[in-house]
Design a protein around this ligand. Structure first.
Ligand code: MSP
Length: 525
């Protein structure tokens, strides 16, 4: 049996169609899922949509639709975008599905019977856009207005009879758990932030319901006819409801605990405080890692629909292609830190890394294989080890350590170091000289080394740029996909029986800009 790897994204709110921020979480998760498949793991990649609550109910009213019609429509727009972006999720959960509703109700019952839940009156403030409860002492005061400390929009004063999950009784356990498990909250800055928060504040118990007199668009509480479930309590449970919590043990046993929950830093407290305590109360293990990535910002502010500064992924991929967009998001900013989106930066990376480095390497190598050997991959008698071989052998190990801590940009740098080493190898070996001198054996050795390294590169880039990895694969004359062959240390000699390349058009035709005239291209080979 292969080792398993279970990873999740947050469930996206369906109040509006997806933007760059959502696509970032999703593309990162996809690269990670594909990486683990490439190294032979049995992967479960879960994503989905968060469809209940006040904010969605309001958005539906505004659109003149019922919440059901509205959530069906927007949830579909997420699925469509994921298809466009080549996202290979295994399961898509919607919080309006029966399997989720019954799991949430099973959680309510378990916790109620265990005396982890009690009823009381909630007096405080509520931010609908963030779906968060706040205390008077936590909100911002601007003139006579009270504002949400996260999104800076006005909060509402509420007084409601509700149900609460006991948090404070688990506080010291959680602090100790985080201290003992260094990789539990990543990156370390976020871990320190959470430890600081927990060490300096007494946790307020979490309100987990809303009265039906105020909100009906939620999951019915099984212990009170008058209440529905608070949307965050509902949504977090998706990570186990998708595994059949309350209905089916086998799936939960196989996949839980999750290997990683990938989230944005804005929802860290929900995942690093509420969720672990909820799991503890449910007598379940904690996920192995919670990784909070940074934001795409513009003008120093988080991109969001309400700020009106969002980039639409569909426009970008229409202009630059899916893999260029994926490459830009994963290479431009270290995962965990904020990034700034600009078309200039994207064009620059496109021309430099994709067109010049990777695209040219493939095109030149296959052109030479066609020119000197009619496209037949040469079989050499001399198995001369080259520096390319040893670099390729080290790549899987290096990538494994970066991918283990979700360091996507560093993993890409490692792959590009090999791409550039291969480009340098062409310049140094100058196969056109060997051809001129009639040194066929040397020529063969050079070309076969390039073909072998391209095969390794096709596999290594595949998690990040799946269509590109597959295009290189088929241009090398190979059947299937790069993930069909184990990606491991001793991969040289794959073409020892030869083969035939099928060169295609350049993968990344350069984008012409003022600083990048077309004449920069046109290298030998
Ligand atoms: N529904 C909740 C999550 C519930 S999970 C049990 C939610 N949804 S969201 O649609 O608002 O956000 C989903 C993800 O998108 C979050 O990880 C968030 O950080 C990410 N992004 C939204 N805007 C973003 C940027 N501008 N930049 C990067 N990611 C951000 O929160």
């Amino acid at each position: 049996m292969n080792p398993t790897y279970y990873l999740t994204t947050p469930l996206y709110y369906v109040n509006a169609k997806p933007h760059i921020g959502h696509s970032y979480t999703e593309i990162a998760a996809d690269a990670l899922a594909r990486w683990h498949r490439l190294i032979g793991k049995d992967v479960l990649f879960l994503t989905g949509t968060d469809e209940h609550g006040q904010k969605i109910e309001k958005a539906a009213v505004l659109a003149g639709m019922t919440p059901k019609e509205f959530t069906d429509k927007i949830s579909l727009s997420f699925k469509e975008l994921w298809q466009t972006l080549n996202i290979s999720y295994d399961d898509f959960i919607r919080t309006t599905q029966d399997r989720h509703i019954s799991a949430v109700q099973a959680v309510w019952k378990y916790l109620y019977e265990k005396n982890e839940i009690y009823s009381d009156t909630y007096r405080g403030l509520y931010c609908t856009p963030c779906e968060n409860f706040w205390l008077e002492s936590q909100v911002l005061k601007e003139n006579d207005r009270l504002l949400c400390p996260d999104c800076k929009r006005p909060v509402e004063r509420i007084e409601e009879d509700n149900f609460f999950l006991k948090l404070s009784k688990h506080q010291s356990w959680l602090i100790q758990y985080i201290r003992d498990h260094k990789g539990f909250i990543m990156p370390q800055t976020r871990r320190n932030e959470m430890l600081g928060f927990l060490e300096n504040n007494t946790l307020q118990d979490l309100c987990i319901s809303r009265p039906k007199s105020r909100l009906t668009w939620g999951i019915q509480s099984p212990i009170s006819d008058a209440h529905v479930t608070y949307v965050w309590f509902d949504a977090l449970i998706n990570y186990i409801s998708a595994l059949g919590y309350g209905a089916e043990d086998a799936k939960l046993k196989k996949w839980w605990p999750a290997d990683v929950h990938i989230i944005g830093k804005d929802i860290l407290r929900h995942h690093a405080v509420y969720w672990p305590i909820l799991l503890k109360a449910l007598d379940l293990e904690l996920p192995k890692m919670i990784f909070a990535h940074g934001w795409w910002v513009q003008g120093g502010e988080k991109m969001s629909k309400s700020r009106g500064n969002v980039v639409d992924p569909v426009n970008v991929v229409t202009q630059y292609g899916v893999d260029s967009y994926r490459y830009f998001l994963l290479s431009e900013a270290p995962f965990g830190e904020d990034g700034t989106f600009s078309e200039e930066a994207l064009t620059d990376r496109f021309n430099h890394d994709l067109a010049n480095d990777l695209g040219n390497l493939l095109y030149r190598s296959l052109t030479m294989c066609e020119k000197y050997f009619d496209g037949e991959i040469p079989i050499t008698s001399k198995g001369v080890p080259t520096p390319l071989e040893s670099s390729a052998a080290q790549l899987p190990g290096k990538l494994a350590s970066f991918m283990g801590v979700l360091a996507f940009s560093q993993a890409l740098q490692e792959i590009w170091a090999l791409i550039n080493q291969a480009n340098k190898f062409i310049e140094e070996e100058a196969p056109w000289k060997a051809a001129k001198a009639g040194d066929t054996e040397k020529l063969k050795v050079t070309i076969i080394n390039l073909i072998e390294v391209l095969k390794c590169i096709a596999q290594a880039v595949w998690p990040f740029l799946p269509a590109t990895g597959e295009a290189i694969w088929s241009q090398l004359g190979l059947k299937g996909k790069p993930c069909d062959v184990p990606f491991k240390e001793n991969m040289w000699g794959f073409f020892e029986k030869g083969g035939k390349v099928v060169k295609g058009a350049p993968l990344f035709p350069r984008i012409e800009t003022k600083d990048n005239p077309p004449s920069v291209a046109g290298k030998k080979g």
